[in-house]
Design a protein around this ligand. Structure first.
Ligand code: URA
Length: 486
């Protein structure tokens, strides 16, 4: 029996090195035992991986690793290694071994080893997603000033893998994320890692907790309350680390009463088939992908979209909202700060102006479909504030894939573009608002287009008289669009 001692639980480099050497020496998987050195860890100069019966492996040796494996296998392995199952190293070595005789093994989804590894990788991805969504910082300070600390218990060992996301997202914040496996530290320049921590190392109370609680209560949507789905997305294991979790029982108790006052449909969970198709769609180049055929597919696809880089710093993709067969479709620019957090279009300050103007024009928002040209929030960090940045033409073009799908599925009679970015996305060329507003424009998909101002533009106008005039024109445009759609 060959015994391999890896340096630590996520020692991917060590596993690769040992696996290559073993395979080159034709050591069969069932005669190999994979263990982790209980003493060593990633942070103390990582002792090299060893094969106990043969001594340390020299990766430059004649026999070590004269073969190639598919990239899909390497990518999958890098994720599987982060799984908590003790079986992961052996499973991967078995796959590596079998790839010799079955080079296309990774394409056989029905193979039990492939299926198991893919299942592990999926669970690791979900754990990383949850970590990005549920880490909550507490404010603290030390001799260098203000700092933020979060305690989190990820389902799998994803702390280091998700660290670059937090560094980008909170670039101007000095923070530490403590987990039982590893701690992540960001000093606004560099990421550093230290060994896992005890929950007691996280400070207990602070003002940010109130912020999170208020925020959570304000976005809690009782009409969408599905306790099963909620526990799936925010499993109880995470609740104890979330300040807003204290509100959940109370909010659930109030939910029925609040639901009665809201006109909103509960969303359905996308099926696995929909999610799989959406993932394919979201990565392929537009001319290769299969177009989404339902709003459910669009939502799942946007969530996984990698067609441009904006997903990296956004909390989530924000798709359109409204009936699937609305006669009138509004297109804004992109979600703002509040939309990015709430996952819905036009709920922040621009949304309030929009709602007011719709009411004055006699347009029921709930009968329209409201979406954006770009589905992820583009912004830059200034201090702790996320400042809106206008999406560029490449980002608008990349995201047209989703807007076009929404247009095809909803098939509205009228499309209203709010601002220049929406005009570019819908008409495919600049449509100066002063020149085009106030008149319907025929679109190629049978719909009529109406060009008008963006509500944020109305908010920004410094001169009160100009503001009132533009607002009146905006209301007039909404009225025109509604009458065309009737
Ligand atoms: N601005 C937009 O263009 N869309 C939103 O959803 C919010 C603000």
């Amino acid at each position: 029996m060959e015994v391999v001692r890896l340096a630590h639980e996520t020692d991917f480099a060590g596993w690769r090195q040992a696996a290559r050497a073993l395979r080159a020496r034709h050591v069969a998987p069932d005669t190999t035992l994979w263990t982790v050195d209980g003493q060593a860890n990633l942070f103390d100069g990582a002792s090299p991986s060893e094969i106990a019966s043969e001594g340390p492996i020299d990766p430059r040796s004649e026999t070590a690793g004269r073969f190639t494996v598919p990239k899909a296998f390497v990518d999958l392995s890098a994720k599987v290694i982060l799984h908590r199952s003790d079986e992961r190293f052996a499973l991967l070595y078995r796959l590596l071994w079998r790839l010799q005789d079955q080079p296309s093994l990774m394409h056989i989804a029905s193979d039990p080893d492939v299926g198991r590894a893919q299942g592990f990788a999926g669970e690791v991805s979900r754990a990383a997603h949850k970590m990005k969504a549920f880490v909550r910082f507490r404010q603290t300070s030390d001799e260098d000033g203000e700092a933020f600390v979060a305690w989190f218990e990820p389902a799998h060992r994803v702390a280091e893998a998700t660290a670059p996301f937090f560094a980008r997202r909170f670039a101007n914040m000095r923070f530490s994320i403590l987990t039982p496996d590893a701690c992540v530290h960001w000093d606004m320049t560099e990421l550093a890692f230290t060994p896992g921590a005890d929950p007691a190392d996280a400070p207990a109370e602070d003002a940010l907790e109130d912020y999170w609680r208020t925020y959570y209560a304000s976005i809690f949507n009782p009409a969408r309350l599905k306790i099963g789905a909620m526990q799936k997305e925010m499993p109880k294991r995470y609740w104890r680390n979330l300040p807003e979790a204290a509100l959940i029982p109370e909010l659930i108790a109030q939910a029925q009463g609040r639901t009665d006052t809201m006109v909103r449909q509960a969303p359905t969970e996308p099926s696995r088939r929909v999610v799989k198709a959406a993932i394919r769609n979201s990565r392929d180049a537009p001319w290769e992908g299969q177009a989404a055929t339902s709003l459910e597919e669009v939502a799942a696809g946007v969530d996984h979209c990698r067609r441009c880089d904006l997903w990296r710093d956004a909390t989530q993709g924000v798709v359109g909202e409204g009936p699937g067969k609305a006669k009138l479709l509004f297109v804004g620019e992109q979600p703002g700060d509040q939309e990015d957090l709430a996952g819905k279009p036009f709920v922040g300050p621009a949304g309030q102006v929009f709602n007011k103007a719709l009411a004055e024009a006699g347009v029921p928002r709930t009968e329209t479909y409201v979406t954006n040209a770009v589905k992820h929030f583009k912004h830059e960090l200034r201090g702790k504030r996320r400042i809106h940045q206008t999406p560029n033409a490449g980002e608008v073009t990349a995201c047209r894939w989703w807007l076009d799908a929404e247009r095809r599925i909803v098939r509205p009679r009228v499309i209203v573009t709010l601002g220049a970015t929406a005009g570019l996305a819908v008409f495919g060329k600049p449509t100066p608002i002063g020149k085009f507003r106030g008149q319907p424009i025929q679109l190629s998909d049978q719909a009529q287009g109406v060009v008008t101002y963006h509500p944020s533009y109305l908010l920004r106008l410094p001169d009160e008289a100009a503001k009132a005039k533009a607002y009146a024109a905006f209301v007039e445009d909404l009225r025109l669009a509604w009458s065309l759609a009737a």
